[in-house]
Design a protein around this ligand. Sequence first.
Ligand code: SIN
Ligand code: CO
Length: 388
Amino acid sequence: MTSDLPLQILGGISAREFLRDYWQKKPLLIRQAIPGYESPISPDELAGLSLEEEVESRLVIEHGERPWELRRGPFAEDTYQDLPEKEWTLLVQSVDQFVPEVAELLEHFRFLPSWRIDDIMVSFAAPGGGVGPHYDNYDVFLLQAHGQRRWKIGQMCDTDSPLLPHADLRILAEFHGTDEWVLEPGDMLYLPPRLAHFGIAEDDCMTYSVGFRAPSAAEVLTHFTDFLAQFIPDEERYNDADITPVSDPHQIQQDSLDRLKALLAEHMSDERLLLTWFGQFMTEPRYPELVAGTEVDEDEFVGALEDGAVLIRNPSARMAWSEMDIGLMLFASGQSRLLPSSLRELLKLVCASDALHIDNLGQWLADEDGRKLLWELIKQGSLEFADE
Ligand code: SIN
Ligand code: CO
């Protein structure tokens, strides 16, 4: 099985071993995970992205107007002329959505569900630059893409870990280093959630962070119950038709709690709604305004594909699929669709292929349900014509 093959990206262990021994558990340093990796974008191009309105970027200047000064983009062109020679970092979020060659890196991580991946953040740091000792609540693979960076790792943290007083940055007040390494281009460090870490640029350096998304338990509960509530009629209430005379009218008794628990359990165990909510939630795009959609008529889009046009996944769109007793579900950028089982192979193709065209779509263009699905995804903005 492919999951048992040794993978270079994991330093020669298999995906199965990595997930069993390291994922969400402990760090792993992988020398030459991608041998001789060269950043597909230059520091100047990264700075260029930080000038764009739709791109989320931050600058952390260690000795700015105050210690660890945080500035948020978009930045003006002259921002970079006025920066010190050393000890600052530019961080640009979701570069994978703007640079296809960066998105290609994600192909190495296909042993994990794609809907767990959040984005690829790219940082550039001047010598000595770093964002301070901190921890993140998500897993991250830190790929060194240019120059050298010294990574230090420390203790496991939680919400009780003391932080420096800072309005915007969560910098740890204490860092108990346990290990450190200097990473060269192509080296990669995997860090589990909540492990303290601290990267310091040895020279001009770029680091790619492949970050994952995992909803907090509090988010799952609040979002799912909000979603559920839309389907529950107001007349459905706490019900005690089985009540017997009470011994003390002021007491809340166990049987009342049992009725509440039954009410909760009945709704919480609705797997169909749970899946619908989860699929929508996990495919919510980071920048919904970039999944705008377009009006196109059905004959026009079929005609265009027949004439050789290529459909690509909108780089800002997120997709996943699932199957239940009621049929197939496709989740695309925060929306769900219930589809007939006959579309299974088309769903897999739509989720997995970078490009859809007459050669791989073939028979699906002649299938009414298949055509309708593609059409809806174009109108919604999850798919778009390559030349647009
Ligand atoms: C960085 O690339 O400078 C910071 C990445 C991180 O520590 O999460
Ligand atoms: Co971090």
